[in-house]
Design a protein around this ligand. Sequence first.
Ligand code: FES
Length: 102
Amino acid sequence: MTTITVCDASGATHVVECDDGVTVMEALRPLDLGVAGDCEGSVACATCHVWVEGDWLARTGEPADPEADMLDCAFHVRPNSRLSCRIVVTPELDGLQVTVPA
Ligand code: FES
């Protein structure tokens, strides 16, 4: 299990235990925190957009195509934006902090 911290669109913080091997989108979608994951991870909706906080972008990596192209269609994109369906939970991400854009 890997623990990530999520700040939802209302500003509330949630600590979430995730199974390793799932995507961050898959871990967050059932919790109704604002990560919809409408395309179920096929990089076609951007409803799983999150901001990766602090230094964590160095560990999650930067978006590559087609993720970068999809982010061009998203709202509130920042340099630390990622699609959470493209971030696989691993023990190395224990403590990851993400924010769901409003
Ligand atoms: S779930 Fe649709 S782009 Fe991530």
